[in-house]
Design a protein around this ligand. Structure first.
Ligand SMILES: Nc1ncnc2c1ncn2[C@@H]1O[C@H](COP(=O)(O)OP(=O)(O)OP(=O)(O)O)[C@@H](O)[C@H]1O
Length: 934
């Protein structure tokens, strides 16, 4: 205490109410009745009760406060040490209040008058010393008498209302507020207030103040000149000088009548004040009853709120007032525990706000002027940023496309998952996945070239000497007619052999289809069907070296005339028989070879794409244009690929799985174990399998191999390889590029673009499948297996090129009309496709009636219509635009023909090895790694 706050704006911190006690001297009345003083201020902050009467021993004798003033202390001293710091904080924008609390005639008014005068005097001194700031002082005065608020600056004694303001708190409505001109003006007003205050005589005080008086001085200060942001603010605060009415009990004041009523009201406000102080002394927990009295309501901010507060408790030292003095000290003890949180009140006036906004606007305009030259002074930087923006926009667009694609796929997967888990369990394969190695049956397709293997074809039919007793449910599902089958006599006939050449096609009738199919079945039954499993397994597990050793020729049909080694090696590639072995090998060695192949493809893929940019001619065009000596049969084989053979193989699979479910698998195993590899490779087995035709996968591999070979021949023709022929003797690694299998994408698809490329290529492949009458099984298998993994790019590219080649050659043939064989081959593929749909129709019998009904509904086939199975079989794989239709078709075909789980199938089945070994200039074979076919 003792110094006026400077320019530094303080506040915002918690501090306790400053409590001091002032003991007045004994007055004349007290001296007249020989009253004694029992209180003594032993130091600046402690007051003790000197009397040691036994009945007073239970009370404390010492009280400590922030400051105690004895009877010798002057009001100036009380002000300086007990009120000044709080009072003048109003100059710093901090609200403050000075209370005088005590019983009547204890000296409250005497003390508060002095405090008020000194404060105002100091305030004006401060103003005088700080001419740089502009101060506005406004004075108001009120009293609370009988719980009514009166304006002491107004002669009208009408009570004033209290209002709640959201910003200012409780305000007194219509309270007069005088702006002080100077200190004399203040004194005049103060004098006026004294005249207005309710005064009455009590037994203790002839001039007793019968009300609570509040003198309020509001001070606003702001800098006279705007020199900075800090000076734009206006500090606004008020200081209250509160002279409370006497705190004594009415009875003790010996009052009656009017005085008694006053006492009740006075005590009400004082009682509330005591309650508020007591509650606040224990913390701000719970409800603080400010609103219980006008006094506490008006002075709420000074009691535990945004204000500094000092309470001067006055007391008489007389022994006769011991009770009131103790009560005063108890009140003071509670008050000193109350914590306020005074803050600096900064108000921005409209004028100051306008100035501030103008200044801020000028600053922003200045920054803008600085920024514009900076951004335009460096066009290169702008261009660079534009390029970055475009690049990022492009990347963002790609990412969004990928996101959309992924989302679409996710929806498809979810839909498929939902389908699988729902009542449509018919979509799920009813058998577990049995890894099935390619069997010899699949290898016979390529032997169907009549011009190349007439003997073999004859051998095949010679073997059809068995009976047709050996029916198998899946192969001959037409055991009983259903309503759906009334008009399907065609389905009773079996498939036409897929190995037929063009001449046979022209002669083949539907009856022949059935007959030949039965022949095939009988051939199979000559050796129990389990032998086929054994054949397949043995073939699949055989080492390629042994299976492809030259001795295999000895196991081929006897009518396949052995050839000289050199001749045999040469014919390994172009002759149908040789291709059978190659194809078989390519599948049998799927894992071993494909891994190496895959690794090669994977690591070289980008290189291929890159090199493709430099290679203008795509492989097919090069091949067609430059390859001079391609055998016609080989050419024909390209576009007469018999995909229908897969149907037979799958039918066999179904048969095998049926046996497996019937427990026959153990028998098969036993028989298999009893079989030697020689048995497996007996001619009749090969014949039987030859009847089955080659798989689509083998076709793929075969096609690629042919392309590779022809590319090689092309090089030979160009003499490019002649000089390096010696290298071929030791093994020549033909890369994908060597066989012109670079993707035709034109450029290496970036990982980010691959999903889009895949989808585009997939759609094109679907179109090509349709245009080329590709087997439904092949389509389904490929579609379900190749799902867009980046490593699938090779398979996608191979398939696309193969199909493109097929379509282009077919188109050429039809346009030139040079060969009737072209038309016949096309007709054959169409017929095979039709036969495949017939098989599919019969295969639908594997479903229960309810499942079929569900299928019909799903495929939009009226349940009441006829030939529903026919309708369904004719409907699948017909819409090449709707990928959902394509997917559903693939799933249905896979289910009917009981594919192995595509997801678990090795993708390498669509791969091939580009490892030919040229044993001589005239012959070369394909090898997997170090395994030679030659
Ligand atoms: N410290 C003091 N020194 C000398 N005289 C004092 C002192 N305090 C009070 N007095 C005298 O005591 C008398 C009563 O004082 P005062 O009116 O201030 O008491 P009060 O507490 O305001 O009483 P009430 O509540 O009845 O108004 C006055 O005549 C005053 O001059």
């Amino acid at each position: 205490m003792g110094s006026i706050a400077g320019d530094d704006v303080g506040g915002g911190k918690e501090e306790r109410i400053f409590v001091s006690v002032r003991v007045r001297p004994l007055n004349e009345r007290e001296l007249e009745r020989s009253d004694v003083s029992d209180w003594e201020c032993i130091n600046a902050d402690t007051i003790i009760f000197k009397n040691s009467l036994p009945e007073r021993s239970m009370f404390p004798t010492a009280y400590t406060f922030d400051r105690v003033f004895g009877c010798e202390s002057t009001t100036r001293q009380v002000y300086e040490e007990g009120a000044k710091e709080v009072a003048v904080s109003v100059l710093s924008g901090i609200n403050s209040s000075i209370f005088a609390y005590g019983q009547t005639s204890s000296g409250k008014t005497y003390t508060m008058n002095g405090i008020t005068e000194y404060t105002v005097s100091d305030i004006y001194d401060y103003i005088q010393k700080h001419q740089e700031r502009e101060f506005i002082l406004k004075f108001s005065a009120m009293e609370i008498y009988n719980e009514a608020v009166r304006d002491l600056l107004s002669p009208d004694s009408a009570p004033l209302r209290l209002l709640d303001d959201p910003e200012k708190g409780t305000i007194v409505e219509k309270l007069t507020e005088e702006t002080l001109r100077d200190q004399d003006h203040f004194r005049e007003l103060l004098s006026f207030c004294e005249d207005q205050r309710q005064i009455g005589e009590t037994s203790l005080n002839e001039m007793s103040s019968r009300s609570h008086q509040i003198l309020r001085l509001a001070i606003e200060s702001s800098a006279r000149e705007v020199s900075g942001m800090g000076n734009l603010s206006t500090l606004a605060a008020t200081v209250n000088f509160v002279d409370l009415a006497g705190s004594e009990r009415a009875s003790q004041a010996l009052t009656a009548g009017t005085r008694l009523k006053e006492g009740c009201h006075i005590n009400r406000s004082l009682l509330t004040l005591g309650t508020v102080i007591r509650k606040l002394s224990k913390g701000r927990n719970g409800h603080i009853p400010y609103r219980d009295s006008k006094l506490t309501r008006i002075l709420q901010s000074s009691l535990g709120g945004n204000a500094k507060t000092a309470i001067i408790c006055t007391m008489s030292p007389a022994r006769t007032h011991i009770e009131q003095s103790r009560n005063t000290l108890l009140f003071a003890s509670c008050a000193k525990e109350v914590v306020n949180n005074a803050q600096v009140n900064v108000v921005m006036s409209d004028k100051a706000l306008v100035k501030h906004l103008q200044r801020e606007l000028a600053r922003l305009e200045s920054e803008l002027r600085c920024m514009v030259p900076t951004s335009t002074s460096n066009p290169d930087a702008l261009k660079e940023k534009d390029a970055q923006i475009k690049k990022m926009e492009k990347e963002m667009k790609e990412l969004m496309q990928q996101r959309d694609l992924a989302q679409s796929r996710l929806e498809d997967l979810l839909k498929a998952l939902g389908d699988d888990q729902g009542p449509r369990q018919w979509e799920e394969p009813s058998h577990s996945y049995i890894p099935r190695a390619p069997n010899s049956c699949e290898d016979t397709f390529s032997t169907s070239e009549p011009s190349q293997s007439p003997d073999f074809r004859n051998t095949k039919f010679d073997a059809s000497s068995g009976t047709n007793d050996c029916t198998e449910p899946h192969l001959q599902p037409y055991n009983g007619k259903t309503e759906e089958d009334h008009a399907t006599p065609l389905y009773q006939s079996a498939s036409a052999p897929s190995f037929m050449g063009q001449q046979e096609v022209s002669e083949f009738t539907s009856h022949d289809f059935e007959d030949h199919w039965k022949e095939v079945q009988c051939i199979e039954m000559v050796k129990p069907s389990m032998n086929i499993i054994k054949d397949c397994n043995l073939l699949s597990t055989e080492k390629s070296d042994s299976s492809l050793s030259p001795s295999i020729d000895a196991q081929e049909p006897a009518n396949l005339k052995p050839k000289p080694k050199e001749e045999k090696d040469w014919t390994l590639e172009p002759s149908p028989i040789s291709l059978v072995k190659i194809s078989s090998s390519s599948r049998r060695q799927a894992l071993a070879r494909s891994r190496s192949c895959r690794a090669t493809m994977t690591t070289r893929s980008s290189t291929w794409f890159h090199e493709e940019e430099e290679n203008v001619d795509t492989p097919p065009s090069i091949f067609l244009k430059d390859f001079p000596g391609r055998p016609e049969a080989t050419t024909r084989r390209h576009y007469s690929i018999n995909f229908g053979a897969e149907l037979e193989r799958c039918s066999k699979d179904a048969e095998l799985q049926t046996h497996s479910r019937n427990g026959s698998i153990s028998q098969a195993s036993e028989q298999s174990s009893e079989q030697s590899s020689d048995d497996v490779l007996k001619p009749q087995n090969i014949k039987t399998c030859t009847d089955e035709g080659v798989t689509n996968i083998s076709n793929i591999v075969e096609g690629m191999e042919e392309m590779a070979h022809m590319q090689y021949q092309n090089r030979l023709a160009d003499g490019q390889e002649m000089e390096n022929s010696a290298n071929y003797d030791v093994g020549f690694k033909v890369t994908a590029k060597d066989v012109c299998l670079e993707p035709t994408l034109g450029s290496s698809p970036s990982p980010s673009r691959w999903p889009l490329e895949f989808e585009k290529k997939q759609r094109e492949i679907v179109e090509l499948w349709h245009a080329c009458n590709v087997s439904l099984i092949h389509r389904s298998y490929f579609f379900l297996l190749i799902k867009g993994d980046p490593t699938d790019s090779f398979y996608i590219e191979v398939e696309y090129r193969r199909l493109s080649f097929l379509r282009s050659t077919s188109s050429e043939g039809s346009l030139d009309k040079t060969t009737a064989a072209d038309d016949a081959s096309f007709a054959l593929s169409l017929k095979n496709l039709r036969r495949e749909r017939e098989k599919l129709c019969r295969g639908l019998n594997r479903f229960s009636a309810a499942e079929r009904d569900s299928l019909y509904t799903k495929w939009g086939i009226a349940l009441g219509s006829k030939k529903r199975r026919v309708q369904l079989s004719q409907r699948v794989w017909t819409d090449t635009k709707d990928m959902e239709h394509v997917r559903e078709s693939a799933v249905l075909v896979a289910e009917v023909f009981r594919f192995l789980e595509p997801a678990q199938a090795p993708r390498e089945m669509f791969g091939l090895s580009f490892t030919p070994q040229l044993t001589s200039r005239r012959s070369f074979g394909w090898r997997n790694g170090t395994s030679s076919f030659g």
